[in-house]
Design a protein around this ligand. Structure first.
Ligand code: 5AD
Ligand code: FES
Length: 367
């Protein structure tokens, strides 16, 4: 089978073998990519139309007890200026975000012991009380099953925890010995089991990553069946052990987005900030490769530059309203509309966009 036929097969069957994924990922050309993106876009349009879901990202702490080699807020980075937002600050971000039309708030942070289960559940339940029509997503790393259960009971709807790589040897090259892929996977299974909508994901072009590793990521997500998959290019951080490593590429990241859309047609697929960082129109290109979610920054401008996971991160100088308008305009420029909607995952039986209530376009919010 040639590579174009493999894409036809993926379109029909929504899965390939590890060797087949490998063959495809190892043969990326502009022609093959365009062939893939036509199909990944088509299936995205069948399920989600030209709608784009937005999630307001609140980066509430950059303290982290972990030491992942790729990350700018790892505990060993003494140059990072640490901050944490208090509950009131977070609620102010939500208030602003709600006014701008956001119906999902993503609370993301390092693994910061200050934020005990009590503090997190208090924040989550306050947001849900004030904004019952909104979804709350947590992205705060590896916790015990009991903690996850407490967050869920407090009203958290979703949880993002990127697996980073599905290959154990590769995982060890990106993380210190105290972290393990097995524990990460256990967390993801617990989260799913508890009832969260779950997002996993990985970096494209991270140090030591092989084509086989990326194929393993595809098989892992096919098996896990997450509701969301967040991927972006690896971008070196100058104060990390990987400061001299090469960045992931736009081309390969887009190709992986297309493969993920054909593999899990209903999945929520963000066009990430990292993608927008390596190319000025990276996020637009991500949408055209099959992505359907964007996550503008809702953090207070005063802390944005401090949440530097990688060098040259975009959107660190803008106000939330500017960020949202900027993204709405970018999406409009390629024929897509940002919608006011919790943007829940659509089950295969329920994926005709006409029958999802409560959705209105927010043209009036666009300049
Ligand atoms: N380049 C790209 N992505 C990164 N992340 C962390 N550091 C980097 C980097 N240097 C991603 C990880 C993490 C998410 C919050 O950000 O995948 O899960
Ligand atoms: Fe944040 Fe453009 S999306 S400034």
């Amino acid at each position: 089978m040639n590579m174009f036929e493999l894409i036809d097969k993926l379109e029909m069957e929504h899965v390939l073998s590890g060797d087949e994924y490998c063959a495809l990922i190892g043969s990326v050309t502009p022609e093959l990519s365009e062939y893939l993106f036509e199909k990944s876009r088509r299936i995205r349009h069948q399920i989600y139309g030209h709608d784009i879901f937005v999630r307001g990202l609140i980066e509430f702490t950059n303290y982290c007890k972990n030491d992942c080699y790729y990350c700018g807020i790892r505990r060993s980075n003494k140059n990072a200026q640490r901050y944490r937002l208090q509950k009131d600050d977070i609620l102010m971000c939500c208030e602003q975000g709600y006014g701008l039309g956001f119906r999902t708030f993503v609370l993301q942070g390092g693994e910061d012991p200050y934020f005990t289960d009590e503090r997190i559940t208090d924040i989550v339940s306050s947001i849900k009380r004030l904004y019952p029509d909104c979804a709350v997503t947590l992205s705060i790393g590896e916790k015990s099953r009991e903690s996850y259960e407490a967050f869920f009971a407090a009203g958290a709807d979703r949880y993002l925890l990127r697996h980073e790589t599905a290959n154990d040897k590769h995982y060890k090259k990106l993380h210190p010995p105290e972290l393990s892929l097995q524990h990460r996977k256990d967390c993801l299974h617990d989260l799913k089991d508890i009832g969260f909508q779950v997002g996993c994901g990985f970096m494209v072009g991270s140090p030591y990553q092989t084509v086989q590793n990326l194929a393993e990521d595809m098989l892992f997500i096919k098996e896990l069946q997450p509701h969301m998959v967040g991927i972006g290019p690896f971008i070196a951080h100058s104060d990390s052990p990987f400061n001299n490593e090469r960045n992931g590429t736009l081309e390969l990241t887009l190709f992986m987005l297309g493969l993920i859309r054909l593999t899990l047609p209903e999945v929520l697929l963000p066009s990430t900030t990292a993608l927008g960082t390596i190319h000025p129109r990276g996020r637009e290109k991500g949408i055209l490769a099959g992505a359907n979610v964007v996550m503008p920054n809702l953090s207070p401008v005063s802390v944005r530059k401090k949440y530097m996971l990688y060098d040259n991160k975009i959107c660190t100088g803008e106000e939330s309203a500017q960020c949202k308008d900027c993204l709405a305009n970018r999406m409009k420029s390629i024929g897509y509309n940002i919608v006011v909607d919790r943007g829940d995952w659509r089950s295969p039986e329920n994926n005709n966009i006409g029958i999802i209530p409560g959705k209105e376009e927010i043209n009036e919010l666009r300049s």
